[in-house]
Ligand binder design. Structure first.
Ligand code: IMP
Ligand code: MG
Length: 185
């Protein structure tokens, strides 16, 4: 695999800026759910790094669950509108407050599929917290209750987000140069 420095066009959001925003989001969530019961549902795998940082700043006692979605169809990097749940939560969410933790909302199809699945189980509340919002790319309307940063339509990686499953460990969000990136090199 290539060293990420070979195709990093720019650091879009620094580690420091991410951490500052995560603290703000944690405070906002803690305030909104004060005195209430909460289940964080992290969408695998991109949401993991955001989750583990964010939950340290959520002062409300909460449970943690994971959910995985795979999208298939045209292009490996873009959602096709066809999303399949490959891992479901392990608890009954009926009458519970559920907060979804996602790395990025692009077309919106992934979150829409998850919202449809979970809302059928009649949770008390169902909200979405996404670190990144590619607002211009939206194809279906989805409510974003908490969002870290609105970003332009560029392929980004790092801080949980992958380029062909690699580079999720980087502590910042970088823009991938499609000219310099060689998949499976
Ligand atoms: P959506 O269904 O189009 O909203 O796509 C959301 C999913 O696509 C995210 O959970 C990511 O896994 C992936 N995705 C969208 N844009 C990017 C990106 O720029 N970098 C890495 N993954 C992305
Ligand atoms: Mg994802």
């Amino acid at each position: 695999m290539q060293d990420y420095r070979e195709f990093l066009e720019e650091v879009l959001i620094s580690e420091k800026d991410i951490q500052r925003r995560v603290v703000e989001l944690g405070a906002e969530i803690s305030k909104d759910y004060a005195g209430q019961d909460l289940i964080l549902v992290c969408i695998l795998r991109g949401g993991v790094m955001f989750l583990t940082d964010l939950m340290r700043h959520i002062t409300v006692p909460h449970m943690l669950e994971f959910l995985a979605v795979s999208s298939y169809g045209v292009g490996a990097r873009r959602s096709s509108g066809q999303s399949r749940i490959t891992l479901d939560v392990n608890v009954d969410i009926h009458d519970r407050n559920v907060l979804l933790i996602e790395d990025i909302v692009d077309s919106g199809y992934t979150i829409k599929a998850v919202l449809e699945l979970l809302s059928a189980r009649q949770p008390r509340s169902l909200k979405v917290c996404a670190l990144l919002d590619k607002a211009d790319r939206r194809e279906v309307e989805v409510p974003l209750d908490y969002s870290g940063f609105v970003i332009a339509d560029k392929f980004v990686f790092g801080y949980g987000l992958d380029a062909d499953e690699y580079y999720r460990n980087l502590p910042f969000i970088g823009v991938l140069s499609t000219k310099l990136y060689k998949p499976n090199a």
